[in-house]
Ligand binder design. Structure first.
Ligand SMILES: NC(=O)c1ccc[n+]([C@@H]2O[C@H](COP(=O)([O-])OP(=O)(O)OC[C@H]3O[C@@H](n4cnc5c(N)ncnc54)[C@H](O)[C@@H]3O)[C@@H](O)[C@H]2O)c1
Length: 383
């Protein structure tokens, strides 16, 4: 149990996901803010949350709230994160941190001046198998990292009649698929290996320059099942898919493929890290398994089991071996890292959760990808 009150903004896909994970952890959800007072009230009644806010200022003024979780579409992240930090609240923002690196740099600078926790929700880091991969790669078990390849593919935007706010640059940012899901992959492989992407070459494609937008709001989770009859055509500039060649500091090479148009792949994040000794492979659709490849002996398949995993990973494993953990658990464990840090009270310590600095770095990567695709050349990240 943590003695802290949290307010959440956003009542779509992520709002309930954060609410449930916080409660499983023992963190009090004080109040909720939706896009209208009615939506706040509806969500509060449904989830038994004491307060339904009218606007963000009410959160800022609420003395019972010490931390804010921002789960609104990307365009709201910067203003609300900044206001919450200035009001003295800890902030956990959904990825991507902001729409531009100018904004994310401002947030990094602000976060440095306050004694508060400031995190970005790169939750895929907290699958126990990926934490184990990190321990093994960082301890040198796979040897010198030669190559990192994989991708993140989904099928929920396969048809031109599929619509979500993410397809609009004004709501989600100029880079879409790569910023929405590609950044999860880039954050993950960089965290596991400790190797930073230093330059890249990107090729992006917008398969549907026009999509049909349903009249009225479409939230992420309901978009596919909602039967919308009345639609309007809308020009789309953001990419549906893209490939990126990567060079990591120290020499490792990589390839990333991202698409939101791959039939049958619901949410497939995969990586393969190959080193001078062994290789390690993860498939997010089978997240309790981690494959190790060997050249001179049979390959291994590790099934998630705290008894077989590194001691540093165990605090983030909730269930014994054979009891599957997945997506919702990764939120709970990232939040654990975040609230443990706050509870410890040493804001000079190195956080175990993804920081604003790391979120900013992902925005620089996004901008490098856009620049590379537009100019059709290799670019240096952050240059
Ligand atoms: N970490 C992950 O795995 C993950 C997964 C999905 C989405 N996300 C991120 O979470 C954020 C939200 O995405 P989503 O899929 O939940 O979207 P969504 O469309 O399902 O939900 C967004 C919600 O925000 C509300 N909203 C819009 N403007 C608002 C405002 N000004 N104040 C309060 N509420 C407002 C909308 O009414 C909606 O309920 C995005 O930044 C996205 O990138 C992260």
């Amino acid at each position: 149990m943590y003695d802290i009150g949290v307010a959440i903004t956003g009542t779509g896909f992520m709002g309930p996901t954060h609410t449930e994970a916080l409660r499983r952890l023992g963190v009090r959800v004080e109040g909720i803010l939706g896009s209208s007072p009615e939506k706040s009230q509806k969500f509060a009644s449904q989830y038994g949350i004491p307060k339904a806010y009218q606007d963000f200022d009410e959160i800022l003024a609420d003395k019972a709230v010490q931390a804010v979780h921002i789960t609104t579409p990307n365009r709201w992240h910067f203003d609300t994160a900044k206001a919450a930090l200035l009001a003295g609240k800890h902030v956990l923002v959904e990825k991507p941190l902001t729409m531009t690196s100018q904004e994310s740099a401002q947030l990094v600078a602000l976060a440095r001046t306050v004694n508060l926790a400031a995190g970005v929700n790169y939750n895929y880091r907290f699958y126990p198998t990926s934490l184990e991969a990190r321990q093994r790669v960082r301890s040198g078990e796979i040897g010198e990292v030669f190559s990192i390849q994989g991708g993140y593919v989904q099928d929920w935007l396969l048809y031109p009649t599929d619509y979500n706010w993410r397809v609009l640059a004004s709501e989600g940012g100029q880079l879409r698929a790569l910023a929405d899901i590609g950044t999860h992959w880039m954050d993950l492989v960089q965290t596991i290996t400790g190797l930073e992407i230093e330059s890249l070459l990107a090729d992006l494609r917008t398969v549907f320059p026009v999509r049909q937008r349903p009249k009225g709001e479409v939230e992420t989770f309901s978009g596919k099942v909602q039967q919308q009859q009345v639609t309007e055509p809308l020009s789309i500039e953001t990419e549906d898919m893209g490939g990126v060649m990567l060079r990591f500091k120290g020499g490792a090479r990589g390839m990333l493929w991202v698409s939101q148009l791959t039939a049958g792949r619901k949410n497939s994040l995969r990586y393969e890290i190959a080193g001078s000794q062994n290789a390690v492979w993860f498939d997010g659709e089978r997240p309790n398994e981690l494959w190790f490849g060997h050249r001179d002996r049979p390959n291994e398949l590790l099934l998630k089991d705290p008894g077989l995993m590194d001691a540093a990973v165990r605090p983030y494993i909730g269930y014994p071996g054979g009891h599957n953990e997945g997506y919702p658990d990764s939120f709970k464990m990232l939040f654990k890292a975040f609230y443990d840090y706050i509870a410890a009270g040493d804001f000079n310590a190195t956080p175990q959760y993804p920081t604003f600095e790391e979120g900013h770095r992902e925005i620089l990567l996004c901008e490098a990808i856009l620049r590379s695709a537009n100019e059709q050349r290799w670019v240096t990240v952050g240059a």
